[in-house]
Write a protein that binds this ligand. Sequence first.
Ligand SMILES: O=P(O)(O)OC[C@H]1O[C@@H](O)[C@H](O)[C@@H](O)[C@@H]1O
Length: 260
Amino acid sequence: MDGGNPNLPVDWGRYRAVLFDLDGVLTATAKIHAICWKRMFDSFLKRWAAERKMSFEPFDSVRDYHEYVDGRLRYDGVRSFLASRGIELPDGSPDDSPERETVCGLGNRKDAMVGEILASERVDVFEGSIRLVRWLRQQGLATAVVSASKNCPAVLRAAGIEDLFDQRIDGHVASDLGLPGKPAPDTYLKAAELLSVPPAEAVVVEDAISGIEAGRNGGFGLVIGVDRQGDAERLAAAGADIVVRDLVELLPESLSQQEA
Ligand SMILES: O=P(O)(O)OC[C@H]1O[C@@H](O)[C@H](O)[C@@H](O)[C@@H]1O
């Protein structure tokens, strides 16, 4: 890529690779996860509270989602939210049935709900994100998807964007390679390694606090936060270098104004 463009908030000429989170950054699937986490946790919490004659405090699909499950591997999300309520369950094992009251059972219960939605509803992409990915590739930068989700391959396929990335690190790859999930930097570092680009020359693009922290922890050259809800401070406080509302803001102006 030649020189820099002084009119852009990012000097793309300084970087060789861009690593994108999936849910909420490339595709509008963060809301599917948040809805299913709430459904699953609320039905669990209701019964848990009733059995103990306690009051039922529902899962907050904004605050609890961002704080405890967003961006994390499935069972890490269950563990971290339950810990926030002082609840400890046995881990169980990944092949636990969704009926089992274990960390894995609850995670699988939520995943069955995600599966139903993915099978019946369209997966929408964020057009601004896809235009940025295409443009970066035209400029010669390498691209990767780095997602905690085991549903990542299905979502990329349903959205028709699987060919836009040189590498993919998803929940399956993390578990096969024994990589800890975000906020540990390992999944992002693995993507950079596979692209043969040092972290300092790679950019991380994230909408989750855990993901921004992973980018920071990995020593990446730039960490971009995507905030679609008007709460940029949350991502800046987690360590994002810049926060945008939509990735279209990072395209040269002439391109950002064109029709998708
Ligand atoms: O359960 P999955 O599909 O493997 O996804 C794990 C996590 O993937 C992340 O991308 C989402 O932000 C989380 O909400 C989700 O829990």
